[in-house]
Design a protein around this ligand. Structure first.
Ligand SMILES: [Zn+2]
Length: 458
């Protein structure tokens, strides 16, 4: 009973709270530096509503001080069963029903963004398949074999409002569209989903964004800020509590990232609430969750740039990075850290639980080593996936452990470490790569993953 009462009190007293939101100190998390200097903000959202949930207040404030904002919405959220069933009162919606639902969600985003001051021409709908972007990233890269949405039955956008109507549903198409947007808009700051968001469209959209930024090969790169929407431990508490600070999950606070809050002006908190009400198809079932993002602050994570150090020639091959010899004799530090005990299957235990990821390069190879909480488990398979960037070229490799005869690249395990070695020539001598390691059941379902993280290889 306590929580509903609190929510009611919060709702009734919201105006009073709104009047003194910014005076309440937020513990643990500092104000994100240099948000005042953002002039050209590009926001990448997996679905229609993430743009406002994550950063509606910042969007409004950048526009208010004369900056420019462009919004990219990757899918139209047309697989959202709750929205569709509420709209059509049908148990088995048809492909056309899903497409109609996606069109409605596009309109809702335009209405919501208008409440924040975004012109409709500044919202770009890429119209890729809802709940399909992970498949594009991992499996459907080439245009020759496009992905087909199980909802709309389409392998290419069926929506009138589509950024690139000729694009087929492939990873190559999506990264190419994102690169085109980056080239045309030339943002100084890009906001995209955090890789630790558990929704596959969210982490995949974040991975695509990192790859597109790296593929541009521009210096300096735009600043990248990451946001969370879906996790069991975020946001806390759930519901409409605008006076409460939005804080990062403790599991995601580590040495590779900087979390910062963006404190909203009171009018921005209020306008964010107005904007969220525009998502009428989502509100009946998800309203409580969506309103959890109306807070005194928005929250971003700034990943530190990561590089793969060069290893000295004649390096002994070992999965343990503490034995790697770098050219400048400095120790190899993780490019990503992952909290222990976060794998979805605790009974498989320490062998399915990643805690750190390392990268280095020799003259001819890229080495990726993952550290588990315990010894690797031969009943599981481990997959190291690398998407390499070399100008416009994007290469992809997948390996399995235990290693199969002749499998490329080569893998080795030692205690809690698993090493995957990729030939740089086979990857096309990339200047950067986006990398991850995952532990999977033999059938392929992922138990835990570390990454995706962008690693510079120059
Ligand atoms: Zn979403």
């Amino acid at each position: 009973m306590v929580l509903p009462v609190l929510v009611l009190v919060a709702w009734v007293g919201s105006n009073a709270y709104l009047g003194r939101l910014s005076s309440i100190p937020t513990p643990f998390v500092q104000e994100m530096p240099d948000t005042d200097s953002i002039q050209r903000l590009l926001v990448i959202a997996p679905h229609c509503d993430d743009e406002v949930l994550a950063t509606g207040g910042l969007i409004r404030e950048v526009l208010q001080r004369g900056g420019q904002v462009q919004i990219v919405i990757v899918t139209n959220g047309d697989g959202s069963f709750s929205g569709t069933i509420a709209e059509f009162r049908k148990l088995y919606p048809s492909a056309n029903d899903y497409i109609h639902a996606g069109s409605i969600r596009q309109r809702e985003s335009l209405n919501a963004l208008a409440a924040l001051g975004v012109a409709s021409d500044d919202a770009l709908f890429l119209s890729y398949p809802d709940r399909g972007t992970m498949r594009l990233w991992e499996q459907y890269w080439d245009n020759s074999r496009p992905y087909r949405s199980p909802y709309t039955k389409a392998a290419q956008s069926p929506y009138q409002r589509t950024y690139n109507p000729r694009a087929v549903y492939s990873g190559h198409s999506l990264v190419t569209d994102l690169e085109a947007v980056l080239r045309t808009f030339d943002p100084d700051t890009v906001i995209a989903p955090h890789p630790a968001d558990v929704h596959p469209d969210h982490w995949a959209t974040g991975a695509f964004t990192a790859l597109a930024i790296a593929a541009q090969n521009r210096t300096p790169r735009p600043r990248l800020l990451l946001y969370l929407v879906h996790r069991a431990d975020y946001p806390v508490p759930r519901g409409y509590v605008p006076f409460a600070p939005l804080l990062p999950p403790a599991r995601l606070v580590n040495g590779n990232t900087v979390w910062g809050r963006f404190t909203l002006a009171d009018e921005s908190v209020e306008q964010k609430g107005v904007a969220l009400n525009a998502y009428k198809s989502q509100m009946p079932l998800l309203g409580n969750f969506l309103r959890s993002f109306i807070r005194q602050n928005e929250l971003f994570c700034e990943p530190l740039p990561q590089s793969a150090p060069r290893l000295s020639s004649g390096q002994t091959i070992t999965p343990d990075p503490s034995d790697w010899q770098t050219l400048d004799a400095s120790p190899v530090l993780p490019v990503a850290e992952d909290s222990a005990h976060d794998s979805t299957s605790q009974e498989l235990g320490a062998g399915a639980d990643f805690v750190a990821l390392y990268a280095a390069r020799t003259e001819t190879e890229l080495w990726i080593s993952a550290r588990l909480r315990g010894t690797s488990n031969p009943l599981l398979s481990y997959t190291c996936l690398v998407r390499a960037v070399n100008g416009a070229e994007v290469a992809r490799s997948r390996i399995l452990y235990p290693p199969k005869l002749g499998a490329r690249p080569k893998t080795e395990a030692l205690g809690p470490y698993i090493l995957a070695r990729f030939s740089l020539a086979e990857l096309g001598h990339p200047h950067a790569a986006v990398v991850s390691f995952s532990a999977n059941y033999p059938g392929g379902k992922t138990i835990d993953r570390i990454g995706w993280v962008l690693v510079n290889l120059d």
